[in-house]
Design a protein around this ligand. Structure first.
Ligand code: ATP
Ligand code: MG
Ligand code: MG
Ligand code: MG
Length: 560
């Protein structure tokens, strides 16, 4: 069907929402792709749904190509399986929890390892039933601390999650390889600039894991990349390979000469970081309550802001116990521009975790506060610093550091979940064999925003063809003859299998239509304008801006 803008539910906006900080958030809202329903919860409007479906289609095709079988599990899940694996606690506040009218406890699925394991336990009994790859494209729920950046980090979002089940380690390695290769094809086809990096497994558990990162300034992950060899890692995973610097003795806070609230300088000295440092993933206990500053999903906080925010309360470092059930808080870095710091915490906290200090309590900005009297710090940590140019742990070349968006994550889980649910199948020797598992995620809705981050320009969205809501956007400048020509061309292109969006709105100036066409970002723009009467249209490449006038017949052959 030809999409006619005169009939579509589509309203472009001149201004971006006041709270929008990233290009994708601004542009997807302004171009009428998505609409905010509540914090981190989004409605996909007709143009947005088409892009979302295009991403899903590519993912489906490549998952099917490696033998994945599509299923659909519920989002409303009993809480119990998540208790069995301990993840109900591990996810903590991230988990949406609810009760039915009888008081039975449910969660809204944040990811489905537990339920898939149960499904396979029921359906597979013998080694002959394996290996198997199951996947779904489904709505996930996570009560993110700071839903921001539009659909980049939603509290309700679309994920493709896949799970592999094998009888032995070689099988798992093979399933993992198949997914890794499928992901390469998916992200190539979608038009991403991406890197594959070593990652930490976090709440998922398991051994090996890698992330697919899309470099972008709006990203919330920091990664190191070797320009010479294939080494690349999320800074969350870097400590494993970068030798720690010697232990640094920090001065106790009592010795700091801070009159009222701490200053940038006293804080910097206190933390042992430069005054220009920006802070991320900070935890602090205020009056015994753990509060987070810059948890994943938040903006970085600079020292000045932190100094302002320190409240007249008892502030202490967070201990290992405080991290229990809050794995999303157990990691992080402090980084001035271009630097990534890693904090190795108290040995009771596993290696590769983070610490802490700082506070963020709105409404607690009272003065006459004295560091040392009004708050104390009871533990300091070793610091590992990775800076641009640091030697690559593999080849020694100077490392580069960049920001990126996590678009995919693949895990070799091993037997964490199959142990929890005793998922065995009958092996070749007639004895039960414990199944081994992998899990593989792609943020479908996030991919839309991440692509917008990477491809948009000052005029608006600028989609790679495979995901664009249409192939061609025909603008009828306004006069009846122009509209007639535009609609005729639209019909003929459509008949030839081209996806067409035609701006046949009346009472909208040509200038507004051209601006909207740039904003909406379909790869080819055709204008039926000044020379429509002669049967001549203008072809414009949205990305390069190149334009040329051609007879309609030629436009047809070129676009089909
Ligand atoms: P992040 O580090 O950004 O919080 P994650 O590591 O928690 O992501 P996974 O549990 O690995 O996410 O989930 C698989 C994929 O789902 C991620 O790679 C990402 O693309 C997507 N995803 C995760 N959380 C969100 C979210 N809140 N909104 C949109 N997509 C998300
Ligand atoms: Mg997360
Ligand atoms: Mg992550
Ligand atoms: Mg992840």
């Amino acid at each position: 069907m030809v999409l006619r803008m005169s009939r579509m539910l589509l309203k472009t906006l001149r201004d971006a929402p006041a709270d929008a900080e990233t290009a994708s958030h601004k542009l997807l809202v302004r171009a009428g792709y998505v609409r905010r329903t509540s914090a981190g919860v989004w409605t996909w409007l007709p143009l947005g749904k088409r892009v979302l479906d295009n991403v899903s289609r590519v993912v489906r095709e490549e998952m099917d190509a490696i033998g994945g079988q599509e299923v659909l599990l519920p989002a409303l899940l009993p809480r119990e399986p998540y208790e069995t694996t301990g993840r109900a606690d591990e996810y903590g506040d991230l988990l949406f929890q609810l009760k039915d009218r009888k008081g039975a406890e449910y969660v809204l699925g944040p990811t489905h390892e537990e339920i898939f394991t149960q499904v396979v336990k029921e359906q597979a009994t013998s080694y002959k039933d394996l290996p198997v790859i199951l996947y779904q494209i489904q709505t996930k729920y996570r009560d993110e601390a700071r839903p921001r950046s539009g659909v980049l980090r939603g509290r309700e979002f679309q994920m493709k999650d896949a799970y592999s089940f094998d009888t032995d380690d070689a099988g798992l390695a093979n399933s993992y390889r198949l997914h890794r290769e499928a992901y390469v094809r998916i992200f190539e086809r979608l038009g991403f600039d991406y890197r594959i990096v070593s990652a930490v497994s976090g709440a998922m558990g398991g051994s090996a894991s890698e992330e697919f990162l899309a470099p972008a300034a709006a990203g919330e992950d920091t990664f190191v990349d070797c320009p010479k060899c294939d080494y690349a890692a999320n800074t969350e995973a870097v400590t494993a390979v970068v030798p720690p610097v010697p232990h640094v003795e920090h001065p106790p806070v009592e010795e700091l000469d801070t009159p009222d609230t701490p200053t940038i300088e006293t804080l910097a000295a206190h933390l042992g970081v430069p005054a220009s440092a920006t802070l991320k993933n900070l935890l602090v206990k205020i009056d015994g309550e753990v509060t987070a500053v810059g948890v994943p999903g938040d903006r970085e906080v600079d020292l000045g802001k932190l100094a302002e925010q320190l409240a007249p309360a008892t502030v202490e470092l967070v201990t290992a116990e405080d991290f229990e059930g809050r794995p999303e808080l157990v990691r992080g870095y402090i980084g001035p521009q271009g630097r990534a710091f890693r904090y190795l915490a108290d040995p009771r906290i596993a290696e590769g975790t983070a610490w802490i200090t700082g506070a963020n309590k709105p409404g607690r900005h009272a003065r006459n506060v004295v560091c040392g009297r009004d708050f104390t710090v009871d533990r300091y940590l070793d610091v590992v610093v990775v800076e641009p140019g640091d030697p690559c742990p593999k080849c020694g070349a100077g490392l580069e550091i960049g920001r990126a968006i996590e678009i995919g994550h693949i895990f070799q889980l091993g037997r964490k979940y199959t142990d929890a649910f005793t998922l065995d199948v009958l092996g070749k020797e007639g004895k039960p064999v414990r199944v081994t598992m992998g899990s593989y995620g792609i943020g479908i809705s996030r991919a839309v925003a991440a692509l917008a981050e990477q491809t948009s320009d000052e005029h608006g969205l600028c989609w790679p063809r495979e995901v664009a809501p249409a192939d061609v956007h025909i603008v009828a400048a306004g006069k009846a003859a122009q509209t007639e020509l535009a609609l005729e061309l639209a019909d003929r292109l459509h008949a030839a299998g081209v996806r067409v969006l035609v701006d046949d709105r009346t009472g909208v100036s040509p200038g507004v239509k051209f601006t909207d066409a740039e904003l909406i970002g379909v790869p080819t723009i055709v204008v039926a304008g000044r020379r429509a009467a002669e049967g001549v249209v203008e072809l414009k490449d949205r990305r390069t801006g190149e334009r040329e006038e051609v007879p309609v017949a030629e436009a047809l052959t070129r676009l089909t």
